[in-house]
Ligand binder design. Structure first.
Ligand SMILES: Nc1ncnc2c1ncn2[C@@H]1O[C@H](COP(=O)(O)OP(=O)(O)OP(=O)(O)O)[C@@H](O)[C@H]1O
Length: 327
């Protein structure tokens, strides 16, 4: 369990992390999401005692990192995959880490096997591809068999096979009852991996909830309907005040009904009017859509030429409180 309370970190005039409180539970993968510069790496560094908070605190199983007797046995982290002496082999690097942390040498062979690096373990780590370096970083994080794992952007630059491997590994570690906290920009990746989310913007908490709650509250669900009597259905729905648009498709035109609408409502209206339906499907919003909606105003640098945006939008927070996302 990781618990942050009022965590704050300033660099000169920049407030990198601003009164941030959240909890990361065991047995689940928790995604740490936020736009560039939102304070994710700074938060991870404070969890690991690498940066000192200006205010607030963060505890790992009730203790600060510096209070842990054997830190590597409690918490393992992948922060920077290239943090390894380039002339050392993967095995030598892990042996050195094991020795300096009082961990048994046999763990080196075990973690090399676990991350699939056994066959290249005696090669110079400096010649490793990014994917191999990520695996070595993960081997180092797992060396002390910790119950808590932190991964900062673990899938950055990886090919689909590497991404799939990391996704499965994180799920397995959580299924073993460990606490897995992982930051990423890749929303579709997080949607497939994380059960819980901590979402930040400009150092402040935007939401802490399950991934499903986040998507449901912050993005729009719509109903798609196809019918040989589409014009008639469209007319009735418009008369009843539904918002909709026509969507051309390979299987003919469809109506997409938006707003607070259920497939039951659309289906019943069609039945009342004796309109034959060929399709009635619900489309859920994506994590990406929800994320853009809630973090849109807290993006530090934009590509629309407007430069730095204002502080984390009060509007976003209103939306969350209203929707009950922020717990
Ligand atoms: N050592 C530092 N000195 C000065 N400013 C810093 C330092 N580290 C981070 N910052 C600033 O603090 C803010 C948060 O940065 P941080 O790297 O924690 O964000 P992030 O969410 O991890 O971003 P990214 O997704 O781009 O990695 C940014 O404005 C950044 O420029």
């Amino acid at each position: 369990m990781i618990e942050a309370v009022g965590l704050t970190k300033r660099y000169g005039r920049t407030v990198a992390v601003d009164n941030l409180s959240f909890t990361v539970k065991p047995g689940r993968v928790t995604g740490f999401l936020g736009p560039n510069g939102a304070g994710k790496s700074t938060t991870m560094r404070m969890i690991l005692g690498l940066d000192r908070p200006d205010a607030g605190q963060v505890r790992i199983d009730g203790k600060t990192y510096h209070q842990l007797d054997r830190p590597l046995r409690t918490v393992g982290a992948l922060l920077d995959a290239k943090w390894v002496h380039p002339n050392r082999s993967a095995r030598a690097h892990l042996r050195w880490l094991a020795r300096s942390n009082g961990l048994p040498n046999r763990r080196v062979g075990e973690v090399l096997e676990l991350v699939g690096l056994t066959s290249v373990a005696d090669r110079r780590a400096g010649g490793f591809s990014l994917g191999m370096s990520q695996r070595l970083g993960i081997a180092a994080a797992l060396l002390g068999d910790p119950q808590i794992l932190l991964f900062d952007e673990p899938v950055n630059g990886l090919d689909p096979e590497g991404i799939h491997w990391i996704r499965q590994l994180m799920k397995r570690l959580a299924a073993e009852g460990r606490t897995v906290f992982v930051s990423s920009h890749l929303l579709s990746e997080m949607a497939q991996t994380a059960q819980d989310l901590v979402v930040v913007g400009r150092g402040r908490l935007i939401a802490q909830c399950t991934t499903a709650e986040f998507v449901d509250t912050a993005s729009e669900t719509s109903v798609r309907v196809r019918s040989p009597q589409l014009d008639r259905l469209r007319e009735v729905l418009l008369r009843k005040g539904y918002a909709l648009h026509v969507e051309p498709g390979v299987d003919g035109n469809a109506l997409v009904v938006t707003g607070s609408v259920t497939s039951e409502q659309v289906g019943e209206i069609a039945a009342e009017q004796d309109v034959v339906l060929h399709e009635l499907s619900v489309r859920r919003g994506s994590l990406e859509e929800a994320f853009m909606r809630l973090t849109g105003d807290s993006v530090e640098y934009r590509t629309d030429g407007q430069g730095p945006a204002g502080p984390a939008a009060a509007g976003s927070e209103d939306l969350m409180v209203a929707g009950g996302v922020n717990r």
